[in-house]
Design a protein around this ligand. Structure first.
Ligand code: GLY
Length: 371
C-alpha cells in the first residue's frame, strides 16, 4: 500500500487548471493551497467550453491527448458534480465544421474521424446556416461544457468541500529553490505585504502569465475577444465551428460566439471595434438569423500559447515544481487529463506507460535542440 503524503501542495494560479489539479489532489487526500492573483481573468472563465479535439483538426500527440481527455470527461464531470452538488453543463451535442467546398472538407486533418455532410445534410444539421457553405463534417463525439457559468463554480465548490484552501489577491513574485529543488515562493498579498511561503511541492498553473514567473517557459498570450447572444431555446442543437468564428449554443438558448485570435495584442486589455466586427461578420456568414439576436455580454481573455500550441505538463527545471500550463485553444478539453497526469506526478505510485509517454510528449523543454 502507498503511504499518503500529508505535506501541502501549492497551486500557483486559480484558473481552470489550478482548480482541476487542486481538486484531483484533494481527492487523493493531499492538502492543497491555491494562490491566485485575479481569478476573474482566468482563461477558464473566458473560453467557450468546446470539447473539440476532432472539430479543431488536431493531429499527432495533441489529438491523442485531446481524445484521451474527451474520454475522461464524463467521469471527471461526475466527480465534480458529486463533490459540489452543482451541474457542470456538459453536453455531448456534436460539432459541425462547415466548408465552402467538398474538396476542402476532404482534406481537413480529422476528416476520416467525422461524418461527411453534403449541402442538404449540412442544412438539416444546422437549420438556417448561411448560403456560403456547401459541405460539412459532423463530429458527434465532440461537445461542450458551460465553463463560464457552471464548470468553474462547480470546481471551486468541489475544492472547498474537499478542504482546499484559497488565497485570492496573491502575486507570486519569485520561486525559491536551493540545491535540493523547490523550497517555496515569495509572494505579495492583497494588502501589499511581502511574505515567504515554504513548501516542497507546487504546480504552476499560471496560464498566459506563466513565463512571468519562469522566463524559460515558452508561453505567450494570444488574446481572444468573444460575445454572447440570447437566441431562442433549441434554435441550434450542434456547435458550429467555422473558420475564425464558432457558435456554441447553451441549453437555455444563450449563444456563445468566439473568438478573435490576436497574438500581437500581448496583454492589451479590452474590446476593439475591429475584433467585434470580425465576430459579427462570422455570425452573419454562419447563421444569418442570429444577427438579430440581442448581445448579452462581451469579453476578452488571453490564451496561453506555446511554440507548437500544445501544453507544458509534468516536471519543470526545478525539482518539486510541476507544470500544468500552455493549453492554448484547448484548456477546457484538456483539464481532465491534465488533472489526472499532475495528480499522478505528485503521487508516490509509479506512473503507468501511457502517463509516461504523454508526459514525455508534453515536456516543457521539447522545443530546445537535442544536445
Ligand atoms: N478553443 C477555441 C478558442 O480558443 O478560441
Amino acid at each position: 500500500m502507498t503511504a499518503v503524503n500529508t505535506e501541502p501542495v501549492l497551486i500557483l494560479g486559480g484558473g481552470l487548471m489550478g482548480l482541476a489539479v487542486a481538486h484531483q489532489l484533494a481527492r487523493h487526500g493531499r492538502p492543497v493551497e491555491v494562490l491566485s492573483r485575479r481569478r476573474s481573468e482566468a482563461a477558464g472563465f473566458v473560453a467557450a467550453g468546446m470539447l473539440a479535439p476532432h472539430a479543431e483538426g488536431l493531429s499527432g500527440a495533441q489529438l491523442q491527448l485531446g481524445q484521451i481527455s474527451l474520454e475522461r470527461i464524463p467521469t471527471w464531470v461526475e466527480q465534480i458534480e458529486a463533490d459540489s452538488g452543482l451541474s457542470c453543463g456538459l453536453r455531448t451535442c456534436g460539432i459541425v465544421v462547415p466548408f465552402a467546398t467538398s474538396e476542402e472538407r476532404d482534406v481537413y486533418p480529422t476528416a476520416s474521424l467525422g461524418q461527411a455532410l453534403d449541402q442538404a445534410e449540412l442544412a438539416k444539421e444546422i437549420p438556417g446556416i448561411g448560403p456560403g457553405w456547401q459541405a460539412g463534417l459532423l463530429f458527434p463525439q465532440d461537445g461542450q461544457i458551460d465553463n463560464r457559468r457552471q464548470l468553474m463554480r462547480a470546481l471551486e465548490k468541489a475544492c472547498v468541500g474537499l478542504g482546499v484552501r484559497f488565497q485570492e489577491g496573491i502575486e507570486v513574485q519569485e520561486v525559491l529553490q536551493d540545491g535540493h529543488g523547490f523550497q517555496g515562493v515569495r509572494i505579495r498579498n492583497a494588502e501589499g505585504e511581502l511574505q515567504t511561503l515554504a513548501a516542497q511541492h507546487a504546480v504552476l498553473c499560471g496560464g498566459a502569465w506563466s513565463s512571468q514567473l519562469m522566463p524559460e517557459l515558452p508561453v505567450a498570450p494570444v488574446k481572444g475577444q468573444m460575445l454572447s447572444l440570447q437566441g431562442p431555446r433549441d434554435a441550434l442543437s450542434r456547435v458550429i465551428f467555422g473558420p475564425g468564428t464558432y457558435l456554441v449554443p447553451r441549453e437555455d438558448g444563450l449563444l456563445v460566439v468566439g473568438a478573435t485570435s490576436e497574438p500581437d495584442a500581448g496583454f492589451t486589455e479590452g474590446l476593439t471595434p475591429f475584433g467585434q466586427r470580425q465576430l459579427q461578420a462570422g455570425i452573419a456568414a454562419l447563421l444569418p438569423e442570429a444577427k438579430q439576436w440581442p448581445p448579452m455580454e462581451r469579453w476578452w481573455g488571453f490564451r496561453p500559447c506555446t511554440p507548437d500550441e500544445g501544453p507544458l505538463l509534468g516536471r519543470s527545471s526545478i525539482d518539486g515544481l510541476w507544470l500544468a500550463t500552455g493549453h492554448h485553444r484547448n484548456g477546457v478539453l484538456l483539464a481532465a487529463i491534465t488533472a489526472e497526469l499532475l495528480a499522478a506526478c505528485l503521487s508516490e505510485a509509479p506512473l503507468n506507460d501511457s502517463q509516461t509517454s504523454l508526459l514525455d510528449a508534453f515536456r516543457w523543454n521539447r522545443f530546445q535542440p537535442e544536445r
